[in-house]
Design a binder for this molecule. Structure first.
Ligand SMILES: [Zn+2]
Length: 114
């Protein structure tokens, strides 16, 4: 499963942050997921699995969802999806727009107990 790989990567990153800050325990982990990139339920389950027995065990996982973004080929602007359909660039009015690739999950912040 996709989410387990992500959770393992997160665990490594969080562990590194903890070591760098000489912390003892992780209280909270905030991540940002690209729109539609992951299944939240699966990520939570995978996170718990990856955290078990480690410094991350019992930490709160906060998942923020990034808005879908579009990229304009005419002027290079990247803009977030708004309500309704997007058919033209809000900056130059061009119609050569594509949905920008979504990132998977990125670690935003870690709260640790020293
Ligand atoms: Zn444009």
């Amino acid at each position: 499963m996709h989410e387990f790989g992500i959770a393992e990567e997160l665990a490594v990153l969080v562990d590194r942050t903890l070591t760098e800050n000489h912390g003892a325990k992780v209280l909270k982990v905030v991540v940002e997921a690209g729109a539609g990139a992951i299944e939240e339920v699966s990520l939570r389950a995978a996170f718990e699995e990856a955290a078990r027995g480690g410094a991350m065990d019992g930490a709160e996982l906060v998942i923020e969802t990034a808005p879908r973004e579009f990229h304009c080929f005419d002027c290079g602007t990247v803009f977030p999806e708004k309500e309704g359909r997007i058919s033209a660039c809000p900056v130059c009015g061009g119609s050569n727009i594509i949905s920008a690739p979504n990132h998977d999950v990125i670690l935003k912040s870690v709260e640790i107990e020293g």
